[in-house]
Design a protein. Structure first.
Ligand code: ADP
Ligand code: MG
Length: 247
């Protein structure tokens, strides 16, 4: 996937000032940076939950280029196709509360992809097994721990067979040991070749698990590098200042 010169303006204020990022298939990229620098907006622009004012996003062969005009019906159709390739996971798990865990995972493939229920159920059970939730299939979300709910949310996103997974602070609401269960699922997906972008405050994870770390500040990418380079010898003073404040 690729983002090229993505810009987003909110109320006359440039929140994204031309973000360009090429992501190779199978890469795990951590996005770090101070609160308010545009990390969430960037992720949301990648699947057009926010409409960029200008710039190009290309995911799994669906390319959308914005040049500042009104959002058209054709662009919405393209965004719909693009979103089919993207799974998104939020800080707040966002499961359907009145559905079992299994139903949460099965629902979109059945409703959106018209997958036969038997097939969707078998796939959902396999995904729940992958994220360590086989025993929780018939439970309701509010009876699960936060870490379990987040893993169910990941299984639900995976059920649509995305090419890219986007995570916005997936472990920020979790105690460290529960966060670890979630991070471990992301490592497993990485080993299986999934392409993943993770906005995170977990510097240990960013350093240990990422192929590349992107540091954002003030609506731009300040530097993007191999974690051992970026954490050990950051080039930009803004990166150094940020890392000093969080490490
Ligand atoms: P981060 O995720 O890095 O903390 P965000 O992308 O959430 O940053 O926000 C970047 C900036 O954009 C902030 O100044 C925020 O207040 C502003 N912003 C985000 N969403 C909106 C919105 N829907 N309307 C207006 N301003 C917004
Ligand atoms: Mg955010």
């Amino acid at each position: 996937m690729r983002a090229d010169q993505v810009r987003k303006i909110f109320d006359g204020h440039a929140v994204l000032r031309g973000i360009s990022l090429d992501v190779a298939r199978g890469e795990l990229i951590s996005i770090i940076g101070p609160s308010g620098c545009g990390k969430s907006t960037f992720l949301r622009c990648l699947n057009f939950l926010e409409i960029p004012d200008s710039g190009t996003v290309d995911i799994a062969g669906v390319t959308i280029t914005r040049t500042g005009g009104r959002w058209t019906r054709q662009e919405e159709d393209a965004a719909h196709r693009l979103r089919a390739h993207v799974g998104m996971v939020f800080q707040s798990f966002n499961l359907f509360p009145h559905r079992t865990v299994l139903d949460n995972v099965m629902l979109a493939p059945v409703r959106v992809k018209r997958m036969p229920a038997d097939e969707a159920r078998a796939e959902a059970l396999a995904l729940l097994d992958k994220v360590g939730l086989s025993a929780m299939a018939t439970r309701y979300p509010d009876t699960l721990s936060g870490g379990q709910q987040q893993r169910a949310a990941i299984a639900r996103a995976l059920a649509m067979r995305p090419d890219v997974m986007l995570y916005d602070e997936p472990t920020s609401a979790l105690d460290p040991e529960l966060a670890e269960e979630v991070l471990s699922v992301m490592r497993t997906l990485d080993n299986e070749g999934m392409t993943q972008l993770v906005v995170t405050h977990d510097m240990r994870f960013a350093r240990a698990a990422s192929d590349r770390v992107v540091f954002m500040d003030g609506g731009e990418i300040v530097e993007a590098d191999d974690p051992d380079r970026l954490f050990v010898a950051p080039e930009d003073p803004r990166t150094r200042r940020f890392l000093r404040s969080v490490l």
